[in-house]
Design a protein around this ligand. Structure first.
Ligand code: XMP
Length: 504
């Protein structure tokens, strides 16, 4: 495997994604906390927001890497230079954006096949002005004297541009040169092999033990369930809770499809319990907490009825477990997303998380390899608290009914008109606002709903989608004509940041 040591760059996960696109397994660890195991074939030092010139900036002992091949990117490259006696200086202008390689010495393996003039992406405030002895220059751009270098006689390289971002047009080749040719890492990290190895390991780990797992209808829990199911069959007990905040007909539909996959799944109708507990609560975080707590209670009761269950299966994915390097202090909680985070502690079960090394798109690929149908794998993300955070203010069964009907018209419309897959996430919000309308000769005073559709990669940032006006017009007519209680539809045209995807 390849080890990526994180110095806090916003691109670190992207480096990992690119390495894995080469079918090479890699892991991200903080620069200050890692272990060199015999299977490590090479190390990548990430960029970072700090300056090597600042007192107390992130530093590490390179001796720990032994003779392994090393690629320093940006901060990593500057750190290697500074530690070996070269000069890094504040650059007059921040080097940010596109640049072109003016010289390329392709004798060195790192830049083999890279063309002169090739576009690269720069993002740094400091720059290398003087290389230490024994450092060989391999590339420069118009404005920076050192775009890439190698340490003589050692497989240690540094580059000041970012090969992981797509604006570096030949970046993939640079990473391949390093990972495959210089490190000699094997390109055998494929979904099929992952399934084979994971199922074999789960068999060993779980033996004849029983596992309980909460299905949500989403991609992650479904793929996790299928992997564990392949390993232990009927000893996997799945629980699917209807919290009364799911999409229209979702409970029945999803339950059926899980049964079709051969899963041993129990549907639990807890609608009224959730509605009772939520009565009168209107603060978003309070609603999240209630929904999370009641879910745990219901799940716990169900799990207790399974005799001798030892494990809790979870669909946790890699971005949730990567230890982040915080160089700018702790970040504030905008929303408490991990609504089922309290489960393992409360239940006294061992946890099994077969997806905790995978990125989201890899989970989908593994799902395909497991032959999980596309309508499960292609689903938009849906928040754990469901419609509970799309009904602004307090929740009643009547409001749920209205929003389910609105949401179904919108989502089905997207599917019918071939727009569903172009959108990362879509849904409707029921606003705590009444507006005046006219229906025939009658005055109406009814609810307003907002439609939202966003494009995103990971939910961290998002753009509103420019859905065709004609489509929005048809959907609006349908909603107002068919859903009793709604007389006005608006479309949300805010991006994240500064807005968020959900309204609560
Ligand atoms: P925001 O609204 O923070 O949403 O821009 C980003 C992504 O997270 C989902 N989301 C949640 N998921 N529990 C969840 O499991 C939550 O409490 C929660 N709140 C937001 C949201 O749907 C979007 O995909």
């Amino acid at each position: 495997k390849i080890l990526i040591l994180d110095f806090g760059s916003q691109y670190t996960q992207l480096i990992a994604r690119r390495v894995r696109e080469l079918n090479v397994y890699c892991e991200i660890h903080p620069f200050s906390k890692f272990e060199i195991t015999p299977d490590v074939k090479g190390v990548i030092l990430s960029g970072g927001p700090c300056s090597v010139l600042d007192e107390g900036s992130p530093d590490m002992d390179m001796e720990e890497l032994g003779e392994l091949p090393v690629l320093g990117i940006c901060y990593g490259a500057q750190l290697l230079v500074k530690k070996n006696g070269g000069t890094v200086a504040k650059s007059n202008h921040r080097e940010y954006g596109r640049a072109n390689l003016k010289t390329v010495d392709s004798h060195f393996d790192l830049l083999k096949e890279i063309e002169i003039g090739s576009q690269v992406w720069m993002s740094h405030g400091d720059t290398i002005t003087n290389l230490p002895d024994k450092f060989q220059l391999i590339s420069a751009t118009e404005s920076i004297p050192v775009a890439a270098y190698k340490i003589e006689g050692k497989p240690v390289y540094g580059i000041q541009f970012h090969p992981e971002v797509t604006h570096t047009t030949q970046g993939k080749i640079v990473l391949r040169n390093f990972v495959v040719h210089i490190c000699g890492a094997s390109q055998d990290w494929t979904p099929d092999i992952f399934v084979e190895e994971t199922v074999a390991n789960l068999k060993k780990q779980l033996g004849d033990d029983k596992v309980v797992l909460g299905l949500s209808g989403g991609v992650d829990s479904s793929v996790a369930a299928m992997l564990i199911h392949q390993a232990i069959g009927k000893n996997l007990y799945c629980i699917f809770v209807d919290n009364g905040l799911l999409r229209k007909d979702e409970f029945e539909g999803v339950l059926k499809s899980y049964e079709g996959l051969g899963l041993n799944v129990k549907g639990v109708d807890a609608k009224s319990r959730f509605y009772d507990e939520l009565k009168g609560a209107s603060d978003p975080e309070k609603k999240r907490k209630i929904i999370g707590r009641v879910f745990i209670e219901v799940f716990d009761e169900e799990a207790k009825s399974i005799k001798d269950v030892k494990w809790l299966g979870q669909g946790t994915i890699y971005p949730d477990v990567i230890e982040s390097v915080s160089v700018n202090g702790p970040s504030v909680t905008i929303k408490s997303h991990h609504n089922v985070g309290g489960l393992p502690a409360k239940m006294n079960l061992k946890v099994v998380e077969p997806l905790n090394t995978l990125f989201k798109d890899e989970v989908r690929n593994v799902g395909r390899s497991l032959e999980i149908p596309d309508f499960i794998l292609g689903r938009h993300p849906f928040p754990g608290p469901g419609l509970g955070i799309r009904i602004l203010s307090d929740i009643t069964p009547e409001k749920v009914r209205i929003l389910q009907d609105v949401d179904a018209i919108f989502i089905n419309g997207l599917k019918e008109e071939g727009l569903y897959d172009e959108v990362w996430q879509a849904g409707a919000m029921l606003l705590p606002v009444q507006s005046v309308g006219v229906m025939g000769d009658e005055r109406t005073y009814e609810n307003v709903v907002a439609l939202r559709a966003v494009a995103s990669l990971d939910g961290m940032t998002a753009d509103w989608v420019h859905l065709p006006y004609e489509f929005l017009g048809r959907i609006s007519n349908k909603i107002i004509n068919q859903v009793k209680g709604v007389n006005r539809v608006v479309y949300d045209i805010s991006s994240k940041p500064p807005a968020t995807i959900e309204w609560e």
